[in-house]
Structures are given as structure tokens and as C-alpha cells.
Design a binder for this molecule. Sequence first.
Ligand code: PBG
Length: 326
Amino acid sequence: MDITDRPRRLRRDGIRGMVSETDVCPEDLIAPVFVDATADERVEIESMPGHERVPVDESVARVEEVLETGVESVVLFGIPESKDERGTRAWADDGVVQEATRRVKRETDAYVITDVCLCEYTSHGHCGILEDHAQSAARLTVENDETLDLLGKIAVSHAEAGADMVAPSGMMDGTVGAIREALDDEGFSDVPIMSYAAKYESAFYGPFRDAADGAPAFGDRRHYQMDPANRREALREVALDVEQGADVLMVKPALPYLDVVSDIREEFDHPVAAYNVSGEYAMLHAAAEKGWLDLESVALESLVSIKRAGADLILTYFAEDVAERL
Ligand code: PBG
């Protein structure tokens, strides 16, 4: 046999780890935490085993659990006590995310990222103000520019509460610029923006919408979130966010969009984040429950793949489980 190059030589114990190209460490992971102003005790999220909505009073305890695993950062999502057409509870000084952020920043060392969006706060469940409430679902559109003013207010209210970073997820055009300007005007020029730069209109968000109670009451998000068929458009979206001052570029979902993660890694020097979303978590749990997959292995393999594609940071519901084992 005349084989000179034998890659198998480096796959043996002892050397295999030394030549490994990709590492996942706890500090790369960001754990989503759901704070629910309507709850007075922790409520399990059925479609996301191991995750709960916690009352504001439990937010510090919940974040401490995350920190114990070695994960240093959380992204806070809020379920408000009430909803209305404009989502006014989203920028309230005593709103659920503002209150939780204040407590968590006062009592823990967690790096707190907040989700800046309206869908959990509007009665119709859309990520902005509706153009005309009387119109049929088929013709429904979210007003882009009016929504931007509100997103700026939300970001400022989070920064005032002590948020370390804000993460706008609504896919309105001009979001990053509007938030940057609002933050700078109020003296928060040090607060970075993690932009959901390429967020697709994905069916993988299903379990999250149960968790955060953020499903649109009618219509869908196709007219603002990206078409899953589009790869080149992601680079255009990201370029716009970079021009407007985004600090971290996020792709969402992660696993079905690793080509997009890889493209962005190639084209831009900013840190890249990927959101391993609720559906990606739920499907592995469901298969594991049936005994069809080994949960610990597929969870870690998923995160390794996301990093291998080029992500520096991963928002994932597996953060605690995986970090504990690293
Ligand atoms: C809402 C938001 C969503 C997610 C994060 N922020 C839902 C959506 O756009 O419908 C999804 C996260 C997940 O599925 O884990 N702005």
C-alpha cells in the first residue's frame, strides 16, 4: 500500500484533542432567561424541558443558577403584566425586564443582555406598531419608522436599568441606527448593540412563542423577517447594521443557517453570534425522550458545529447543561 498521508494518525487518544480546531467554552455561551410579571411562582415551559418562566422575585435566583454552571451572560426576555396596541409596557421604568435587570445587576456579576422588541408587549403580538388595525390579516403591515422611535425608548429604558448590552430582534429597517442614536443622546454611548442582523422568518421559533407568549394574534412576520431562501441578502442586512453601528452581529436560527454564519464570519471582522433557537432545542429533547438520540452528545455537537461555522458567541438553551460538563 502506498498511502503517505494518513489523517487517522492524528485521531488517536492523546493527540486527537491537541489537534482539535474548535473549542466551546462556558464564556462563549449566553443563557436565555424568561421573566414573567404575571407569575407568582416558577412555571415550567412545556415545549422547552428544563426551562421556566420565573417571577421577577426569582430573577436573581434564576441568574445565580446560570452563573453556577460557569456561564457568565444571560439574555433577558420579559412577559409583561399587561399588553396593549403599542406595547407601552416595553419601555416602562417599572417594566418586567427593567425591574429584573436592576435586581440582577445589583446582586450578581452576570453580564446582562436585554431583548429589545415589542412582540411580547403588544396585544397583537407583532414586533411593532400596526399600520391600520382595521385591515384584514392578509394586508397587515408593521409601521417601520414609527416603530423605531419606540425601539429607541425601550433600549434607553433597559440601559437606565443597568443593561450591559441591548439586542434588538424586531428586524425593522434602521433599527441599529435608531437605537445607537437614542442611547448616545442619553449618555449610554458605552452600551453595545448586538444586532439580530440576519433573523429569518423561521418555524423554529415555535416553542419560544409559547414561552414568551409572543405569537402574532393574526398574520405572520414574513414582511419583516428574512426569507429562509436568501443567503446573499444576509450580507446586505449585516452591512447595513455595521454601517449603523452594530457591535456584535447575530444570525438566527443557528443550525439551519450555518452557511450564513460562515459567510458573515468571512466578510466581517465583528464578533459573530448565533442563536440556537427554541425549536433547535426542543427537537433534540423530543428525540432524546424517545430514546432516539443521546441528548448530551447532540447538544455539544450542535454547539461545536455552530462555533466551527464561525460563531464566537452562542445564545442557547443548552448553555447551562453544556457548560456544566465542560
Ligand atoms: C422576538 C424574539 C423571538 C425569538 C427571540 N426574540 C421570536 C420571534 O421572532 O418570533 C425566538 C427565540 C427562540 O425561538 O428561541 N422578538
